[in-house]
Design a protein around this ligand. Structure first.
Ligand SMILES: Nc1nc(=O)c2c([nH]1)NC[C@@H]1CN(c3ccc(C(=O)N[C@@H](CCC(=O)O)C(=O)O)cc3)C=[N+]21
Length: 297
């Protein structure tokens, strides 16, 4: 048996295409483009790459992109002042402050300063609270993208056993909420879970978000499970290579022998994150402009 490879990259491309069409209509109706502001503090190489990719994708989807690159020694006060300026800028519908921030800046206080109506990452406590009590708000991009892939594959998730491995505020917890809202039976497992392999073996749906390269092995999986791999880990380079290989939290090749379907890394969940970010930004734009949000956005 060999699992179906869930093509997140292709799914994301279709989503970006749809967002681009709606964004063009939005610009017509509102007399301005939907706008996303991305703030990057410091010169982390991986973050530079992501921010560049977000900028390109935003423009390609007929939206305006406002990039703010600040030096690593930027003070919290200066960053807060920028966030405040973006909160009050009518051309900015979504604000994303790239994480992680340098150690001298408290991330929670910066996220708290973002207007919840512009918090397209869904990281603000107001949006986390809305998700946990079932009110509409912004849902973090990565878990929402995972849900799109899951419902596309499986349809109704009612009664399925889902195991989320990882309990972060950004992925694990909101992922569990979304699965619960979809009537799955949800377990959140983590580094202290006893007999993690046995817990995972019960799952019809496995969402791996631990950040440990290839930790989830073939013998941890139930036959026919659907596996969503959120991990993006770079292995140390082999001699003669300058960059190590990118791998997920799941040992892809061996897991493919048991799973019914599995997302690859790269080309799985990662591209969905950016596509959903654009989608959330366009939803924000409609709300900010007092326009109805299209149903299939
Ligand atoms: N406020 C904030 N919001 C974020 O959403 C956020 C953030 N901070 N900080 C960093 C992480 C990381 N992140 C990724 C987005 C896309 C890919 C992606 O598209 N990856 C591709 C290519 C990976 C590669 O080649 O390097 C793939 O998996 O196929 C990966 C990672 C968003 N993040």
């Amino acid at each position: 048996m060999s699992a179906t490879r869930i093509d997140g990259k292709a799914f994301a491309a279709r989503l970006r295409e749809r967002v681009g069409e709606y964004a063009a209509r939005f610009a017509e109706a509102a007399g301005r483009r939907a706008g996303l502001a991305v703030v990057l503090v410091g010169d982390d190489a991986a973050s530079q790459v992501y921010v560049g990719a977000k900028n390109k994708a935003t423009l390609a989807a007929n939206m305006a992109s406002f990039e703010h690159r600040l030096p690593a020694d930027t003070s919290a006060a200066a960053l807060l002042a920028l966030v405040e300026r973006l909160n009050n800028d009518d051309n900015v519908d979504g604000i994303l402050v790239q994480l992680p921030l340098p150690d001298h800046i408290d991330e929670q206080s910066i996220i708290a300063a973002i207007s919840p109506e512009k918090d397209v990452d869904g990281f603000h406590v107001i949006n986390a609270g809305r998700l946990s009590v079932g009110q509409s708000g912004f849902v973090p991009c990565t878990p929402l993208g995972c849900m799109m892939l899951l419902t596309d594959r499986l349809g109704d998730l009612s009664g399925l056993e889902a195991v989320v491995i990882g309990r972060s505020n950004i992925v694990g917890k909101p992922m569990a909420q979304l699965l619960l809202d979809a009537n799955a039976t949800v377990t959140i497992a983590h580094s202290r879970t006893k007999d993690l392999a046995a817990v995972v073996r019960r799952a019809d749906i496995v969402v791996a978000a631990v950040g440990r390269p290839e930790m989830i092995r073939k013998d941890w999986l139930k036959d026919g499970a659907t596996v969503i791999d959120v991990g993006i880990n770079r292995l140390p380079p082999e001699p003669g290579q300058d960059k190590g290989k990118l791998v997920g939290d799941v040992a892809f090749d061996e897991a493919s022998e048991v799973a019914a379907a599995i997302t690859p890394v790269p080309g799985g969940v990662g591209p969905m994150t950016i596509a959903v970010l654009l989608r959330n930004t366009l939803v924000a734009a409609h709300r900010n402009a007092g326009l109805d949000v299209p149903d299939d956005l």
